[in-house]
Design a protein around this ligand. Structure first.
Ligand SMILES: [Zn+2]
Length: 108
C-alpha cells in the first residue's frame, strides 16, 4: 500500500484505463463506474464523509483508515495533473481542454 503514488506524474494506476470515470475506495476491490465527473465526485464525496465518520466513531486504532478517490481512465484525478501530463482534464467547462476538444491538434 505504501508504494502507491496517488497524484502527480509518477502516479499509480488504480483502476481501468477504459473506464473514463470511476470511484475507487482504499481497502476494497470495488471500483464504481460512473457516467460523468459529476457522478464520480458525488459518490467520492459521500464515501469520504462516511469513511471519516466511521473513523471518528471508531473505538479501535486497529480500524482501517479509508478514503475514496475519483479516477479518470484509472488514475487518481486532479485537473492539475491531467494538464501537466498534457491530457484532457475532463471538466466540461475547462477552457483549454474545450478548445482542444473542438479543434484537435494534428499531431495526434
Ligand atoms: Zn482541462
Amino acid at each position: 500500500m505504501s508504494s502507491i503514488t496517488l497524484f502527480g506524474k509518477d502516479r499509480t494506476r488504480l483502476g481501468y484505463e477504459n473506464q473514463e470515470w470511476s470511484v475507487w475506495a482504499s481497502g476494497m476491490d470495488d471500483i464504481h463506474d460512473r457516467e460523468t465527473l459529476g457522478g464520480a465526485l458525488n459518490l467520492a464525496n459521500e464515501l469520504n464523509a462516511t469513511f471519516a465518520q466511521m473513523r471518528f466513531n471508531s473505538t479501535s486504532d486497529l480500524d482501517p483508515v479509508m478514503y475514496a478517490l475519483v479516477l479518470h481512465h484509472g488514475y487518481a484525478w486532479t485537473v492539475d495533473t491531467e494538464h501537466a501530463l498534457g491530457l484532457d482534464c475532463g471538466v466540461p467547462a475547462c477552457d483549454p481542454c474545450s478548445f482542444e476538444r473542438a479543434i484537435p491538434t494534428a499531431a495526434s
